[in-house]
Structures are given as C-alpha cells and as structure tokens.
Design a protein around this ligand. Structure first.
Ligand code: PGA
Length: 253
C-alpha cells in the first residue's frame, strides 16, 4: 500500500494532443526512473481527456484521477459528469472540495460531502481537499476552518470508507501563487490535523494528508521531509513531465 502520494492536477489545461503528450512523457520518465515502491503517482486530466490519457497509461502504475464529480448519479444536469460515469471510464480516484471548486463554483461543505459519498458509492477512492484563505490565516482561524471542512467531509464515515479517502491540505493563498507554505507552516498544520483533528473524526486509521500549493522541484525535498506530510498535490508543476517526475522522485523523502 502506498504511503506517499504524488498527484498532478492538470486543472483546465492542455488540449487533446497536449494531454496525450504529457501523459506519454510522464510514463516514459517514470519508466526510466521508477518511483520508490511506497510512492503512488496519479494524474487528474480534464474530464474530456480522461479516456485518451487512460489509453496512454495502460500498463503503467499511474492512477487515473478525476478533478471533480457531480453528486447525483444521472439525470437532467446539463454539462455535469457523474461518479458512475467516471467509474465506467476506469477512473480510480476523484478529487472533491478543491478550493477552486469551492470558490469559483460554489461547492459548499454539504455539496463536497455528497460528491465524496457519490465517488465512494461508485467504487472509486477520493482526495478530499481543504485549506484556509489568507484572510482566515491572518485572523488566526486556519486550523478551525480546515478542521470544519474535514469534519463535514469525514465525520461518520465507516472505517472501510475512510480507508478509501486521503486528504489534501492546500492553503488557498499558496495555490498557483508561487508562495509555498514554509515547511514550518505546513508542518504545524499537518501536525495539528494528524494529532488533533483526524483522531477525533476517524475510528482507526486516519487518512494520509498531502500538501498542495505551489509545490515545485525546488521545494519538494523540504516538503517531503516535513512532519506528517504524506505526499503532494501539484498543479502548475505537473504540466511539465520532467518537473512532475522530479517531484515524484523527491516525494519519497
Ligand atoms: P499549484 O496548484 O501547484 O499550481 O499551486 C495546486 C492545486 O491547486 O492543487
């Protein structure tokens, strides 16, 4: 079982040719320099490129991940993509609660929970994202905000369900800004989650917690050594195969 995760979130980037090229280059790079055994690597292309990227990843150990799903299984939801649809494509894991979904698309905690349950119900695993804004951090509310997001997402899940979930702590002020949380800031939050928040919410094994927010080849080594960081969720730096491959190598710690 993986103890470290390196996940690339491509967001709304690439086109068909670019997605296929990126997936191809990444699988070649990881074949040449295989990740440590404990590192699980995954990529989350846009919905429309999941199928062609899956073709490219055939035979590799790179997980196919979706960036979101709709909470309902089917029906009159124009433009939406449901969890069973993703599962039928071979998607193995779904990201829910990303801060861009929360801020831009209005996903609140209740919606995030419904999406999480939809993904689990369709037999996929989940990455539950959480993170505070700069204003919330400056007001001293970071742990409270993140704790509430995790409570809404995880409370009451069975041990079997929890075993299918990992968490990504992504301070909103660090996403796409080039400002990374320092190892001290990340370490403080990850320690609080591991020692206080998650034990209260989880019976048995608590999920791994990844860090996300301007992760780059230049900072992966320090982040990977940070207490309780169980891997990374990478946006911008996952759009280039060589930089993501370097992050995968660094992720082993
Ligand atoms: P970033 O994005 O690495 O570009 O900051 C991280 C994320 O949103 O998952």
């Amino acid at each position: 079982m993986a103890t470290r995760y390196a996940v690339g979130n491509w967001k709304m980037n690439t086109d068909l040719a670019g997605a296929v090229t990126l997936a191809t280059e990444l699988s070649v790079a990881l074949r040449e320099h295989p990740p440590a055994d404990e590192v699980m690597v995954g990529v989350a292309p846009p919905f429309c490129f999941l199928a062609p990227v899956k073709e490219v990843l055939q035979g590799s150990s790179i997980e196919l991940i979706a960036q979101d799903c709709h909470p309902e299984a089917k029906g009159a939801f124009t433009g939406a993509v449901s969890a069973p649809m993703l599962a039928s494509l071979g998607v193995q894991r779904v990201i829910v609660g990303h801060s861009e979904r929360r801020a831009v698309f209005g996903d609140d905690d209740a919606t995030v929970r419904r999406k999480l349950e939809a993904a689990l119900g369709a037999g996929m695993r989940v990455i539950l994202c959480c993170g505070e804004t700069l204003a919330q951090r400056e007001a001293g509310q970071a742990e409270e905000v993140v704790g509430a997001q995790l409570k809404a997402g995880l409370e009451g899940l069975s041990a079997d369900q929890l075993a299918q979930v990992i968490v990504a702590y992504e301070p909103v002020w660090a996403i796409g800004t080039g400002v990374t949380a320092t190892p001290e800031q990340a370490g403080a939050m990850h320690t609080a989650l591991r020692e206080q928040v998650l034990p209260d919410l989880c019976n048995g094994d608590a999920p791994a917690v990844l860090y996300g927010g301007s992760v780059k080849p230049a900072n992966i080594d320090a982040l990977a050594k940070t207490a309780h960081v169980g891997g990374v969720l990478v946006g911008g730096a996952s759009l280039e195969a060589s930089s993501f491959a370097r992050i995968v190598q660094g992720c082993a710690g």
